[in-house]
Design a protein around this ligand. Structure first.
Ligand code: RFL
Ligand code: PHB
Length: 391
C-alpha cells in the first residue's frame, strides 16, 4: 500500500487530519488499532474552544455540532461558598466555547470519512514507523491477522499517549518534560439535567469539583480524588454527597441527583515530548503532549497540531517550500507550552494539594479573590480558556 500521508490513530487528531487533507485533495490512510464502536464510545473531553469550533465548521463537519452543541458564554467559579461568573464573551470581545462531546466529534468525522474520504481501517495496529529520516517512511502494521507495510511521503503519529510513533524518535534526540500530580479526577456521567446552565469550577477545602454536561439531559461531573484511587471505592451515594458538599453555596442553589451511567478515574499529568517532528514523522495530539484536564485543552491542542500540519503540507504543495513543515515542531510547541502553562495554573488555582500549608491555602484564595476583583486578571483567564493563538 502507498499513500501521501499515513496517519496512525483515529482519535480526534487523526480523524480531523484525514478530513483536512481530503478537503485539500491530498490522499491519506488512517490505521486505528481499536474497533469503531470502541472509538465512538470512549468517554473523554467535552469542551471545544472557539478556534476548534471554527475549524470543524470550515472542514464541513460542524452541522450536528451547531444543532446539538451547547454554546457557553461564561463559566462560574465557586470558592468560600461564593459564586462568581466569568463572562467569557464580554471579556474576550465575543469568544465563547461549545459543549459538544469528543465522542460526537469522532462519530461525525468517522461517518463522513467512510462516506467520502480515504481508507480508514479499524482493528489495524501500527507496529512500527521506519525510515523517518528518508524520503519514503513506512508504517508496519497488522490488520485482519496479516502484517502489511504502508509506504508514505509523510507519517503523522496521532496514536495518543500510549502509541508507538513517539518511540521512532531516537532517545538521544528526545527530551521529555513531565509533572505528575498527587491527585486524579473521578468522573461520572449521570442521566439528570445539569444543575446549572454553565460549567462550575469549585475550589473547596475537601478538594476540587467540576459540574459539566453533555446535553440538556446528561450531566458530567468530576471530583478531585487521591492519585491511584479505584472508581469502585466510591458508591454512587458517596459521589453525590461529596459533589453536593464541594459545590455548596451560601444561597439556595442545589445539586440535582440522578442515575450514574459511567464512572472512571483519570490521572492528572503534564507531559511534553520535544521535538514533535523527526524527519518525515510528525507527532500530533496526545502522542506528543498531555495536559491536566482542568483547562479542557487536550482535544483543542490536538486540533491545533493537525491544522498546523495540514496548512504546512498545503503550503508545500502550492509553493514547493518545505519551510513550514520544517518549522512544525517549533510552531506547535509555542502553543503547547501556553496550554501547559494555562492548564497548570488552573490546576493549582483550584485543587487541594495534599501537602498544602495554611500559607499555600491563603495564597490560593488570594488568587481567586484577585480574579473576582481585577478585570485584567479575569480577562487573562477568559483569554486562555476560550483559546490560545494558533500560529
Ligand atoms: P486519542 O484520542 O488518544 O487517540 C489516539 C488513537 O490512536 C489509537 N492508537 C493506535 N492506532 C493504531 N496503532 C497503534 N499502535 C495505536 N496506538 C494507539 C488509539 O486507539 C486511539 O484511537 O488521541 P488524540 O487524537 O491526540 O486526541 C486527544 C484527546 O483524546 C485528549 O487530549 C483528550 O480527550 C484528553 N482528555 C480529556 N480532555 C478534556 O478536556 N476533558 C476530559 O474529560 C478528558 N478526559 C482525556 C480524558 C484523556 C484520557 N486519556 C488520555 C486516557 C480521559 C482520558 C481517559
Ligand atoms: C468535560 O466536560 O469533560 C470537561 C469540561 C471542562 C473541563 C474538563 C472537562 O475543564
Amino acid at each position: 500500500m502507498r499513500t501521501t500521508v499515513g496517519i496512525i490513530g483515529a482519535g480526534p487528531a487523526g480523524l480531523l487530519l484525514a478530513r483536512l487533507l481530503h478537503n485539500a485533495d491530498i490522499d491519506s490512510v488512517v490505521l486505528e488499532c481499536r474497533d469503531r464502536g470502541y472509538v465512538e464510545r470512549r468517554q473523554r473531553a467535552g469542551l471545544l474552544e472557539q478556534g476548534t469550533v471554527d475549524v470543524l465548521r470550515t472542514a464541513g463537519v460542524g452541522g450536528r455540532m451547531d444543532r446539538e452543541g451547547l454554546r457557553h458564554d461564561g463559566i462560574e467559579l465557586r470558592f468560600a461558598r461564593r459564586r462568581h461568573r466569568v463572562d467569557l464573551s464580554a471579556l474576550t470581545g465575543g469568544s465563547s466555547v461549545m459543549v459538544y462531546a469528543q465522542t460526537e466529534v469522532c462519530k461525525d468525522l468517522i461517518e463522513l470519512q467512510l462516506r467520502q474520504g480515504g481508507p480508514l481501517l479499524f482493528e489495524a495496529e501500527a507496529l512500527a514507523v521506519e525510515g523517518a529520516t528518508t524520503d519514503r517512511p513506512v508504517i508496519r502494521f497488522r490488520h485482519g491477522g496479516r502484517e502489511g507495510v504502508l509506504e508514505c511521503d509523510y507519517v503523522v503519529g496521532c496514536d495518543g499517549f500510549r502509541g508507538v510513533s513517539r518511540t521512532a524518535i531516537p532517545a538521544g534526540l528526545s527530551r521529555v518534560f513531565e509533572r505528575t500530580y498527587p491527585f486524579a479526577w473521578l468522573g461520572i456521567l449521570a442521566d439528570v439535567p445539569p444543575s446549572h446552565d454553565e460549567l462550575v469550577y469549585a475550589r473547596h477545602e475537601r478538594g476540587f469539583a467540576l459540574l459539566s454536561m453533555r446535553s440538556p439531559a446528561v450531566s458530567r461531573l468530576y471530583l478531585q480524588v487521591p492519585a491511584g484511587t479505584d472508581a469502585g471505592e466510591w458508591s454512587d451515594e458517596a459521589i453525590w454527597d461529596e459533589l453536593a458538599r464541594r459545590l455548596e453555596t451560601a444561597d439556595d442553589w442545589t445539586l440535582a441527583r440522578g442515575p450514574i451511567t459511567a464512572k472512571s478515574v483519570t490521572p492528572m499529568r503534564s507531559h511534553v515530548h520535544e521535538p514533535m517532528r523527526h524527519g518525515r514523522l510528525f507527532l500530533a495530539g496526545d502522542a506528543a503532549h498531555i495536559v491536566p484536564l482542568t483547562g479542557a485543552k487536550g482535544l483543542n491542542l490536538a486540533v491545533g497540531d493537525v491544522v498546523t500540519f495540514a496548512r504546512a503540507l498545503i503550503h508545500q504543495r502550492r509553493t514547493g517550500s518545505g519551510e513550514r513543515l520544517e518549522a512544525y515542531s517549533e510552531t506547535c510547541l509555542r502553543r503547547v507550552w501556553q496550554a501547559e502553562r494555562f492548564s497548570y495554573e488552573m490546576t493549582t488555582l483550584l485543587h487541594r494539594a495534599p501537602d498544602a500549608t495554611p500559607f499555600d491555602e491563603r495564597i490560593q484564595l488570594a488568587r481567586l479573590e484577585r480574579l473576582t476583583a481585577s478585570r485584567a486578571a479575569e480577562a487573562d483567564l477568559a483569554d486562555g480558556y476560550t483559546g490560545l493563538p494558533w500560529e
